[in-house]
Design a protein. Structure first.
Length: 60
């Protein structure tokens, strides 16, 4: 994991997408809301994995 800038950008984008979906949940169509929610869950889960890998890799 040498490119920490890309990882940080991905983490910020995934959390911002989740926040936007939570704030705008009433104005999204139901079909689109389902797919965007699944995408946000996958992105946030991957972000947590990347955060853990960065923490464990920082001790080296």
């Amino acid at each position: 994991m040498t490119d920490s800038g890309s990882i940080l950008t991905f983490i910020l984008v995934s959390f911002c997408l989740s926040i936007i979906l939570i704030m705008k949940k009433d104005s999204l169509p139901a079909q689109m809301k389902r797919y965007l929610a699944l995408l946000a869950i996958v992105m946030v889960s991957l972000s947590f994995v990347l955060i853990l890998i960065s923490f464990f890799g920082a001790g080296k």
